[in-house]
Design a protein around this ligand. Structure first.
Ligand SMILES: [Zn+2]
Length: 221
């Protein structure tokens, strides 16, 4: 009988064959980056987070919770190890470095340089975007990039300097480099074009939540 574990080991071995561990590490010059999944509707939220956790665990996208020591008190998000079906849901492409699903044994307890899953849930929608290498969002009205958007932004809108219209933040085209939502599922240690979520995952999330999902990438500081 072929077990899930065996399948995953086979996949991991395959990835390691295609992308040897000594391949260029693209994150060395860019800091950290994550892949985020968000509901299409900015104001969508779950009424019961533990129901979401259980559903994500049931489809084996996440496994058990990570007990991170000295976690900042303002960090309200929850951290999970990837589940044993993770590689069915997220496809790694191109020159990806070997994927690390756990902290290195010789690292300290605060090490978070590995691929795990964080669920962020906020009372009101917020924009997650790269502090560095931020991209100008395109106006939904005239489709031109608004370069000084950070100066033209309110809590929920941005005014366009080209056509002088004000539109909701979520209506701008962020070109998959920012997202505006209340609920985010973050997969750490993934760079743009390094891995993409599969339709299977987006379908499962739609089934669980009753709403459609999209994704983006964001660099950390
Ligand atoms: Zn415009």
């Amino acid at each position: 009988m072929t077990t899930i574990k065996a399948i995953r080991q086979k996949k991991t071995a395959l990835l390691q064959t295609i992308y040897p561990t000594d391949s260029p590490v693209i994150n060395s010059t860019h800091g950290k980056c994550s892949l985020y999944l968000t509901p299409d509707q900015a104001n969508f939220n779950v009424t019961n987070l533990s129901t979401l956790f259980n559903a994500l665990r049931k489809i084996r996208f996440i496994s058990h919770e990570i007990d991170l020591q000295d976690i900042a008190p303002q960090e309200q998000n929850t951290h999970y190890f990837t589940g044993d079906k993770f590689l069915d849901y997220v496809a790694y492409l191109g020159c990806a470095p070997a994927i690390q699903f756990e902290a290195s044994p010789n690292s300290n307890n605060n090490n978070s340089d590995f691929c795990f899953i964080k669920i962020h849930c906020y009372k009101s929608a917020r924009l997650i975007h790269s502090q560095k290498q931020a991209r100008a969002p395109h106006c939904p009205n005239c489709e031109k990039p608004v370069k000084d958007w950070q100066d033209r932004k309110t809590e929920s809108t941005i005014s366009c300097n080209h056509c002088n219209t004000t539109s909701n933040i979520e209506d701008f085209n962020w070109r998959k480099m920012a997202g505006y939502a209340q609920l985010f599922i973050e997969i750490t240690d993934i760079f743009p074009k390094e891995a993409i979520p599969q339709q299977l995952l987006l379908d499962k999330l739609a089934n669980i939540s009753g709403t459609n999902w999209q994704y983006f990438y964001s660099y950390k500081q």
